[in-house]
Design a protein around this ligand. Structure first.
Ligand code: ARG
Length: 590
């Protein structure tokens, strides 16, 4: 289905053409003065320059013809040359009735099956997930879901960090603790046990211990580096340990992400890109892109037009080690070979912006990737506590993700069980869903690149622009529909057809609903899930105003009631769909 603004734009374009102006001036947008009109066209202002006429004269001319259009109820002009448009109710209702029967409420599938890889999550194995991992998970999952809805082939890739010093640290620490383990026996050449010699709890204790020990102990750090070098170069025992670390860690990560309602299509790892490195380096040297600078192999990525300094992209350090950028470049080659994507979107802390700038420039300049493949960096800001500083535990430590989730759902539990009887199991399930909704909505309702403040009290409230408020609205609609179906069990919402609105509030709710496909498309094209949040907040407000004004359940006129039922069912379905697109599940009650 065409977007509503597109349909009206086409009408206005036609009138511009009819009056011998270029149709390009007919663009119609939502009105920014809803008190005056529903839509507006500002084209007369621009046309005035080209045709050397007063804008208001052009606007008046267009308006006088537009008035005759059967779908348009009112047209007026405002100085200096705005055209204000209000539609016939019949037309709005017709559009809504089409939305009800259309697939995906008539949303255009702009994706055309193009492949987009979303690189998000990005945890490092053997380290517990902490607050810093939350935003990439939430944003990435949402971008992936919106893209899928729009008909893109979206591949979410967790891109695990499994190739760095953290592995060497763990191996070195193990060697100190259990030197007799078979993995450290250099003369052993049999098979290694299938079972890991540790579980996740032990693993998560080992890494921080080793890491802090290494900071104060240079010898141990040297050992860890040596172990890193050895496992990366195929030392049998160390490789076996590394595989154990991966298995134990991945099993645990899968559980943790599932708890967040976050699912990856690909569980690729930095190590998977390593086989692509030698040939890549050879090629870049042969083609003259890579050269030695102070012993390191680098590619210049600075542009003449740059105002800031962009340091060269380093491929190999002077000690022979490859870096984060080397792995990311090789990953681009790997992804191109395996999935041939049209775009790769990276959702990473914005402090890594320079790294990606270098990698993208290097990949494009050296033709590692086709010029048609888009590389997009979506850098996100920090989630701060009420004090405006990065979210921490009470004693100032890094907060583990599961603790944060627990803190929020405990708060919701408190609210849910306040002054009422509710089975404990159900209260827990509600708190889990609403707790996650709280976190996700407060994150996604902000622009991705901005820092934002997370205030548990404010965001768990069911009032205001919060996740719980939106969920509450859905639950409220469900409860109205349930009550009606008890009185009228024969009733089927989908059989009802919408009537003309009976009030201004009802009309506003309808108009809001018509924005659905425009909002979804824009939220994806602009990488802005916050537009979906804004939309469902406004839709919820419109619904609640409509609900305050009307007694839907006890309405005696069956035509009116049926029409309302169909309208609120559609409102509910759209809210639920939007919530799903931002990764939020709705409980049966609240
Ligand atoms: N593991 C990285 C980190 O902890 C994030 C990975 C982001 N993705 C990427 N392709 N570099 O910072």
């Amino acid at each position: 289905m065409k977007k509503l603004t597109e349909i009206i734009t086409n009408i206005v374009e036609g009138v511009f053409a009819q009056c011998n102006y270029s149709p390009k001036y007919g663009l119609v947008t939502l009105s920014n003065r809803p008190d005056l009109c529903q839509f507006q066209c500002n084209g007369a202002l621009a046309a005035a320059k080209e045709y050397k006429r007063a804008p208001i004269a052009i606007a008046t001319e267009i308006a006088s013809l537009l008035k005759n259009h059967p779908d348009i109820k009112e047209v007026s002009c405002a100085m200096p040359g705005f055209i204000n448009i209000t539609l016939e109710d019949q037309f709005i209702v017709g559009y809504i009735n089409n939305m009800i029967t259309a697939d995906k409420f008539g949303c255009e599938e702009i994706g055309d099956n193009k492949t987009i890889i979303v690189d998000y999550g990005g945890p490092n194995v053997a380290k517990p997930l902490h607050v810093g991992h939350l935003r990439t998970a939430i944003i990435g999952e949402s971008i992936k879901r919106i893209g899928k809805f729009l008909g893109y082939k979206m591949l979410g890739d967790i891109h695990l960090g499994d190739w760095g010093l953290q592995i060497g640290l763990i191996i070195a620490e193990f060697k100190h603790r259990s030197p007799d383990l078979i993995y450290f026996d250099e003369s052993y050449n049999g098979d290694y046990p299938v079972e890991a010699p540790f579980n996740i709890t032990e693993l998560e204790e080992i890494y921080p211990a080793a890491s802090s020990y290494a900071k104060s102990n240079p010898d141990f750090m040297e050992e860890a580096k040596q172990s890193t070098f050895l496992f990366q170069n195929g030392h049998r025992g160390y490789v076996a340990l590394w595989k154990h670390i991966l298995n134990v860690s991945i099993n645990d990560l899968k559980k943790n992400y599932a708890n967040l309602n976050v699912y990856f299509d690909l569980w690729k790892k930095e190590s998977d890109a390593q086989p692509y490195i030698p040939k890549m380096i050879e090629d870049l040297k042969n083609k003259g892109f890579a050269y030695l600078s102070d012993g390191a192999l680098v590619v210049d990525v600075k542009d003449d037009s740059d105002t800031k300094d962009i340091p060269p992209c380093i491929l190999v350090k002077s000690d022979g080690a490859t870096l984060y950028s080397t792995t990311d470049l090789a990953t681009i080659i790997e992804r191109t070979e395996l999935y041939n994507p049209d775009e790769i979107i990276y959702i990473v802390d914005k402090r890594q912006e320079l790294h990606f700038e270098q990698v993208f420039r290097c990949a494009k300049k050296t033709n590692l990737i086709s010029p048609n493949t888009k590389l997009t960096f979506l850098g996100f800001g920090t989630m701060n506590g009420k004090d405006g500083k990065p979210f921490k535990t009470r004693d100032g430590g890094v907060m583990r993700l599961e603790h944060l989730i627990k803190e929020v759902s405990d708060k919701v539990y408190q609210r849910v069980t306040e002054n009422r009887e509710i089975p404990q199991e159900e209260a827990k399930e509600i708190s889990r869903k609403v707790g996650l909704a709280t976190l996700k909505y407060s994150d996604l309702s902000n622009q991705i690149s901005k820092d934002y403040m997370f205030d548990v009290d404010r965001f768990t409230s069911a009032e205001g622009n919060t996740g719980p408020y939106i969920i509450y609205t859905v639950v409220r609609i469900n409860s109205i529909l349930n009550k009606i179906s008890k009185v009228k069990p024969w009733y089927k919402a989908e059989a009802a057809s919408g009537q003309l609105p009976y009030s201004e509030n009802e009309r506003s709710l309808m108009l809001k609903i018509t924005q659905f496909s425009e909002v979804i498309v824009n939220s994806f094209v602009d990488y802005s899930p916050h537009k979906i949040c804004q939309f469902i907040y406004e839709l919820s407000n419109d619904f609640n105003r409509f609900y305050q004004e009307n007694k839907i359940i006890s309405e005696q006129n069956p035509t009116k009631q049926n029409s309302w039922i169909s309208l609120i069912s559609l409102s509910r379905d759209i809210l639920v769909t939007c919530l799903d697109l931002i990764g939020i599940e709705v409980p049966n009650r609240m």
